[in-house]
Design a protein around this ligand. Sequence first.
Ligand SMILES: Nc1nc2c(ncn2[C@@H]2O[C@H](COP(=O)(O)OP(=O)(O)OP(=O)(O)O)[C@@H](O)[C@H]2O)c(=O)[nH]1
Length: 390
Amino acid sequence: MLTDALKRLWLRAWSLVLMEMTSQEIGWLLRPRDHMSLLTSRRTTIIVTRVRLMAGLFALFTPLWIVADVFAFQPEVWHGLAAARLGATIAFVLILVAARRMDTIQNAYRALAMLFAIPMLFFLFTYQHMAHFEMHGFEAAFSTGYAFLPFVVVAGLSIFPLTLAECLAFAGPILAFQSLAAVMRWPVLDWPTVAASLWLLILITAVSALAGLSQLAFMIVLVRENIRDSMTGCFSRPSGEELIDLQFTLARRSGMALSLAFLDLDHFKEINDRYGHDAGDEVLIKTSTTIRNRMRMGDMLVRWGGEEFLLVMPNTDRLQALTALERLTEQGLGLRPNGTPVTASIGLAEISTDDSLNWKELVEIADKRMYRAKTSGRNRIVADDMPLNL
Ligand SMILES: Nc1nc2c(ncn2[C@@H]2O[C@H](COP(=O)(O)OP(=O)(O)OP(=O)(O)O)[C@@H](O)[C@H]2O)c(=O)[nH]1
């Protein structure tokens, strides 16, 4: 009885945290390895823009704080601090500029690591520097504030949508550094204070990780709801466009093949007119499921419009795509309500053989070929611009 109540409570609390996520999505909260490309690209954008925002703010406020140092410290102390502040400001400006063109998750990690490394180096320098001076009263009290820089850095993790593994990877060196400082009793650090405050740093790391994870969870749910067409479960048009853009860029950069097939179901209006809209919906759901199940794991099916679909086939050249599409149509796309086969007019385009400048041009080529397939009798695949053998 009690165990059942506890179990219900536990599940309820868990569902509040995880917002009805699937087990695969919960795995995505732990580590980034299996994230889908759309989530990775959105996360990259958010991480990079936030790194730039933080770098910009730090570039602005780090030199301004020199004024506070001038009031608080004797000249020998603030001179050294001012030099370190100017060095840190230059580094923040460099991050701000360098991160502008960062568009991969690896680069986003690099930017984040640099953003965290600067305050830690500044922290090391200030401690070494201030240890050489006798301080009393307000000056001594003001200087203790500098000991909390690692706490600020760890707390900064909370503004990024990071997985648990990523949070630990970024907070780990700071925690290790602080622990080492306590264990080694470095003379420049007030080791009892450092050791005693370690638990606080661990606590802040846990809170920051939770904040980052909840942002990521929210993002996963939003991406999931926005990327799928609710009826067929295919990628929606906006997310499909983003996916094709991404695949196009990757294929261009790596020199790999990329094929796009534009599929338009034949005489679909007739199904609606004869059997009703619900029967039409049913055919759309079954046909798109059949296509998705028959194609490779890495292929993506986008619902481009009503009964139009775009099949994205990464790392697939024209011949391979043609073979896969012929196999697909030979096996059948499903049945119409009257028992006759569902057919489609298909236009195929490939990144290198069609030598297109951008993804929109490639989609346009596939669309035009689909139209030729349609006007030349339907239920066929057109893969080039050669005259058709009718
Ligand atoms: N049931 C249903 N029908 C849809 C949906 N979206 C678009 N349609 C219908 O799809 C039909 C498309 O008609 P047409 O563009 O004339 O094409 P078609 O009848 O397939 O003829 P061809 O393409 O020339 O072979 C229209 O009747 C639309 O109303 C949908 O979500 N559900």
